[in-house]
Design a binder for this molecule. Sequence first.
Ligand code: COS
Length: 384
Amino acid sequence: MNYFLTEEQQMIKDLSKTIADEKIAPVAIQYDEEGKFPNDIIKILADSDLCGVYIEEQYGGLGGGIFEMALVIEELSRACGGIALSYAGTGLGTFPIILFGNDEQKNKYLPQVASGKKLAAFGLTEANAGSDAAGVQTTAELDGDEYILNGTKQWITNGGEADIYTIIACTNKTKGSRGFSAFIVDKGTLGFSFGKKENKMGIRASCTVELVFENCRIPKENLLAREGMGFIVAMKTLDRTRPGVAAQALGIAQGAFEVAVKYSGERVQFRQKISSFQAIQHILADMAIQIEASRALVYQTCKFIDSGAKNISKDSAMCKVLASDTAMKVTTDAVQVLGGYGYMKEYPVEKMMRDAKITQIYEGTNQIQRNVIALELIKEQSTK
Ligand code: COS
């Protein structure tokens, strides 16, 4: 379908696709098996000026928004959802600065991300703070001109590889969700170290690591927005990055669909290509319908957010749910179309199925997204 992209958006999409086809697809299975972080691909993305598509021009970016970021993520994910995540995870770590950073913070950090010289990461999740984001126990205590951070963040994408970390910590235990604050922490700060690296089912080219803060002192200038704003920083960031997860899911689904279509045109059983069987045709048709519906919603949601709309939580959650549920269904069906071959590691679809699963879980499970959607619907109804 023609989504009437601008010339620049089409260029971003085409360039990302070329990199995905030529540089990522050939190494995706190997990187998955070895759990290798894609520093070489990040360098290619940086050299191609894709790292700053969502960052304002004054900070060295291309001046686009969520939509441009999603276009890159979608195309990279067609080839590898794990490799694409190093890019998407940097977006997640950077958006708190884009949304809430002061001039000094933006001037210092955004050009580093835009140039691709530095990656970012977002630290919200902890052992007791998953779906319940307000369960954060990491503390930040003001001491003169510094905050002292103590606690452990869990499952942090880009952990160890990123240089810039946006961290949510508790500054006042008595204030509930208004007792959290957001901070920027640089890699290498004394008292900030990396713990366990996870061994995951999918997205294995992405690193998922514990962040450990032990009396870690950061200058008070690293506070984002104001004390007490941390929960809002996290929620508003996630509202803008969940479409990125949706784009990742969309790309994974598209990649699996393309493999399934190609394979069904080559595989012969009962002296015919299996694409001549209606059973296979219907699976392919359903895949195409679900993918295109997801793409339409993801693109439109991104444009809606980029328009500056205020109330975006419901739409952001809806596109994340639709695209990730689609990715899980489509990749599972792609394995089915390939049959026994689909189950083998020589073919890419079993990896795509493993990669798809996380998109239903991270940046808020699809159950949490449905809660958000339902609560917004009820709110809308009560204000009519
Ligand atoms: N934008 C702005 N403000 C928001 C908001 C949003 N999207 N969502 C909530 N808030 C505000 C609320 O309005 C409320 O403000 P007041 O204190 O002024 O009333 C405050 O934040 C607390 O909101 P709420 O009571 O709804 O918080 P809950 O603790 O019930 O949690 C959910 C709400 C479940 C939506 C939140 O915990 C969540 O998003 N969980 C998933 C977290 C997640 O995505 N984890 C993955 C880790 S990141 S990879």
